[in-house]
Design a protein around this ligand. Structure first.
Ligand code: ATP
Length: 306
């Protein structure tokens, strides 16, 4: 196979770069308490969720006028289905996710949730409908309980505990000095990358949003931890419309649709098997990753290249 992108682990290279780009958006909005340039329309109504279908219609966007970052991007994620975004660093994956969260407004085209243009709904109702599991969760200098309940402030102790159990962090918390009241964050107990991700998962399970945006962990977690977290992540995504900036073969293989982005355009699209048969950029990326990772699907490996 021709090595279009050199001998490096292609996925690994651009996924490491994601880490600094894909920020903990939910927290950031609160910490900044502003959304620059984005305002509720004067007649904005609350988003009425029906089943959580997400649609991008001919979306074009640039951060700076002279450079288009997304060009004419269209896709539909039907209710409960999973869309995986893959592509080289800087191709626009995180930008898609940021636009859906309405961190920025599109230049042209529209983003539609259940037939409502997100520019016509209140930002509060939009963000209530969307759960974000970032790669790197920023914890508040507060109790672990607060950090989980941040997903749904009005939740009670039993709900918090149940979501922690489902995210498989409850037992760990019970070993903390003050259990659920233990202070975490920079000035408290430091949690590992995997533990922080479990907090984000527990938070999202508690929030129970119709739509989930997920930035999968990369080399930040070891393979064993990732495998363990996968079960919890599967729960978060189950029956929810999911958009994943995908790093893991297992996710990409199982996605209902994969968008391969390149220079802000959809370069290839389809399911894993279709894209492998196509033998283009995706097939190249996939075989590169297969060569250089231990994350090789075995019994569920539908197409073995080479
Ligand atoms: P990676 O895999 O490295 O995270 P990505 O595919 O997620 O990349 P984006 O983060 O969406 O790519 O970035 C797309 C392009 O937009 C890049 O060229 C990037 O430099 C640029 N960009 C991203 N954020 C901003 C910003 N806030 N201001 C200006 N340009 C930006």
């Amino acid at each position: 196979i021709i090595q279009l992108y050199g001998p490096l682990n292609y996925f690994g290279t651009f996924y490491r770069a994601i880490q600094k780009n894909f920020i903990d958006m939910e927290n950031m909005f609160d910490l900044m308490n502003i959304t620059p340039d984005v305002r509720d329309a004067p007649d904005a109504k609350d988003l009425v969720l029906i089943n959580g279908q997400v649609e991008f219609r001919n979306v074009t966007f640039s951060y700076q006028p002279e450079r288009i970052v997304l060009q004419n991007v269209s896709f539909v994620v039907p209710p409960g289905k999973t869309l995986a975004l893959v592509g080289p660093s800087g191709s626009g994956k995180s930008t898609i996710v940021r636009l859906l969260f309405r961190f920025f407004d599109v230049d042209s085209g529209s983003i539609i949730i259940d037939d409502q243009n997100i520019q016509q709904v209140t930002q509060t109702s939009l963000r209530k409908a969307i759960g974000v599991v970032p790669q790197d969760t920023v914890l508040f200098n507060n109790s672990i309980k607060f950090n989980i309940s941040y997903g749904k402030v009005e939740s009670n102790d039993s709900e918090i505990m149940h979501s922690a159990m489902a995210a498989e962090i409850h037992e760990r918390i019970m070993k903390f000095p003050d259990q659920y009241n233990t202070q975490v964050g920079e000035r408290g107990l430091k949690l590992s990358g995997g533990e922080k991700q479990r907090v984000a998962i527990a938070r999202t399970l508690l929030k129970a949003p119709a739509i989930v945006l997920l930035d999968e962990a990369t080399s930040a977690l070891d393979t064993k931890t990732e495998r363990q977290i996968q079960a919890a992540l599967d729960q978060v995504c189950a029956n929810r419309t999911t958009i994943i900036v995908a790093h893991r073969l297992s996710t990409v293989i199982h996605a209902d649709e994969i968008l391969v982005l390149k220079d802000g355009e959809i370069y290839e699209r389809g399911r894993h098997d279709d894209l492998i048969i196509r033998n283009g950029l995706y097939a190249e990326m996939w075989s590169e990753q297969r060569k250089s990772t231990s994350d090789i699907p075995t019994n569920e490996d539908p197409v073995a290249p080479g």
